[in-house]
Design a protein around this ligand. Structure first.
Ligand code: MG
Length: 275
């Protein structure tokens, strides 16, 4: 198994390792088992909070490292590093927005689990985990246009930005999954889980959406998982191309990881034999 040393896998969760509709990773079990048998670390890299990722990993034991809040917070082997803005900066900016705009403003950080559950539709226990945020805060408010503009300006004054997601405007910093991946690699090298030389490491990254582009652009082997419903987005990988999985979600994940491991574990001798 000499050819499978120095490998590390970074994966997005929603729509990538987890099915878009039922959040199951079952279809990826064969590839995950193969990665485990070969001692290849898998890291989750997601918009979820570290608390949410912890809960997922406590149930399923899939990941050697957790990267939450879109690259803002990393935890490997009990070592936590916050790449995103300081929590106090997020709180100060949100408080300033709340004082300035014309409508009431709460953040997940200032809301109860029941309030977050009401705003998101999440079950209460999951809402509590979603509220444990380090470096980003989705706002709960009903703003007119002028308030959104004003809040964006205040965010910038604090060195932050206000990003519109699927349902919420989120106060966050400039972190991205690509730079978090570089730091996580260093942390894995420090723990001895990866070789000290970057040249001896091969990174594989899998993602499905534009916020995965930075991670895919930094990977040695980039895999785009097609979205389950709707068109496959064109990701800007800075001139690099990703391999497109033939199926969405964990089924595509399984096929691609198995095929990459097949390629990498073929010795020159066996290739010669195959010919
Ligand atoms: Mg995704």
């Amino acid at each position: 198994m000499q050819h499978l040393t120095g490998l590390v896998v970074f994966t997005d969760l929603d729509g990538t390792l987890l099915d878009h509709d039922d959040y199951s990773w079952e279809a990826a079990r064969p590839a995950l088992t193969r990665l485990r048998e070969n001692d290849i670390p898998v890291l989750a890299i997601s918009s979820k909070t570290l608390a949410e990722l912890h809960a997922l990993n406590a149930r399923h034991h899939l990941f050697a490292g957790l990267i939450g809040e879109n690259g803002g917070a990393i935890e490997i082997n009990g070592d936590m590093r916050q790449l995103g803005p300081q929590t106090a900066t997020i709180d100060a900016a949100r408080d300033e927005i709340a004082k300035t705009v014309s409508v009431p403003v709460a953040g997940f950080r200032t809301s109860t689990a029941a309030e977050i559950a009401k705003a998101t539709g999440l079950p209460l226990a999951d809402a509590a985990l979603a509220g444990q945020r380090n470096c980003s805060d989705p706002l709960i408010w009903q703003p007119p246009r002028a308030d959104i503009d004003q809040a964006g300006n205040i965010a910038r004054e604090f060195g932050l930005k206000l990003v519109k997601g699927g349902r919420f405007y989120t106060l966050c910093g400039e972190t991205d999954k690509g730079s978090a991946m570089q730091t996580a690699l260093m942390m894995l090298q420090e723990t001895g889980k990866l070789p000290q030389s970057r040249a001896a490491i091969t990174t594989i990254a899998l993602g499905d959406s534009p916020n995965d582009a930075g991670m895919l652009a930094h990977a040695d082997i980039a895999v785009q998982i097609p979205v389950k419903h709707g068109p496959v987005p064109q990701l800007d990988l800075g001139g690099k191309t990703a391999r497109l999985a033939p199926k969405p979600g964990p089924a595509g994940w399984n096929i691609m990881i198995n095929s990459i491991l097949d390629d990498l574990s073929q010795t020159p001798t066996s290739i010669t034999k195959a010919r």
